[in-house]
Design a protein around this ligand. Structure first.
Ligand code: ADP
Ligand code: MG
Length: 224
């Protein structure tokens, strides 16, 4: 069953075409990496899915779930709200606080609920952003180079964390990245975008993340 269904998606800014007829389906719980060089249209596609592209012209059909969360390269926390209040922003109900605390524990930030965003490192802020996304129990998680601003060691830690979270919550994930290693490490399926078109869509039954998966993917590199 598809969670995302895209047909003939075209987007342009003034005269410049950016997405040139995209067809893509993403299944429930599927982890897809959208790989492509800078300027290939990755963010434009993600913004179209998140309904954040009102400045663009275009056509095509999009079906996305209502429960959808987005994570960007910068955590976009509200600086005047404490960590927990950032996580549960806009949620109401008696259980919001409890769920927020659970989400913070899942991203290994227990005890930091009363901290201010400026007291956290970049990686910690990004973990708050992940907690804020997951507390909404999304069917679809859209992530636009979420680890692009982090150092290499923090990024590896975030990979491990995201893998665990996606296994626990099992949303469909569309992770935008220009980093082949990141795509290899995380995704079940790699979709390659070039000049606004999908030029490869590699779906393989991969071994679990780790050395065996990297080896298997190395053999597939010529397809990328
Ligand atoms: P990527 O995320 O793959 O690096 P983008 O989707 O951000 O690529 O951009 C693709 C192209 O669309 C680029 O040439 C960029 O300059 C252009 N573009 C993106 N957003 C806008 C916008 N709001 N206005 C005008 N041009 C844009
Ligand atoms: Mg981008």
């Amino acid at each position: 069953m598809s969670v995302v269904r895209i047909r003939g998606l075209v987007r342009r800014f003034t005269k410049k075409g950016v997405l040139d007829g995209i067809d893509l389906d993403i299944g429930a719980g599927e982890f897809v990496a959208l790989l492509g060089r800078s300027g290939s249209g990755k963010s434009t596609l993600l913004r179209a899915l998140a309904d954040l592209d009102h400045e663009a012209e275009g056509s095509g059909d999009l079906i996305v779930p209502e429960r959808l969360s987005v994570v960007f390269q910068d955590a976009r926390l509200l600086p005047w709200k404490r960590v927990l209040d950032n996580v549960i922003l806009g949620l109401d109900g008696a259980h919001a606080r409890q769920r927020g605390l659970e989400a913070l524990a899942e991203v290994e930030l227990d005890g930091r609920e009363r901290s201010w965003p400026y007291e956290l490192s970049g990686g910690e802020q990004q973990r708050v952003a992940l907690a804020r996304s997951l507390v909404r129990r999304p069917e679809l998680l859209l992530a636009d180079e979420p680890f692009g601003a982090l150092d290499a060691l923090t990024r590896i830690r975030m990979h491990v964390l995201l893998r665990r979270l996606s296994a626990t919550h099992n949303p469909a994930v569309l992770l935008v990245t220009h980093d082949v290693d990141e795509a290899i490490e995380l995704a079940d399926r790699v979709v390659v975008l070039d000049q606004g078109r999908i030029v490869a869509d590699i779906r393989v039954a991969l071994p679990p993340p780790g050395a065996a998966r990297r080896e298997r993917f190395a053999a597939l590199q010529h397809e990328l």
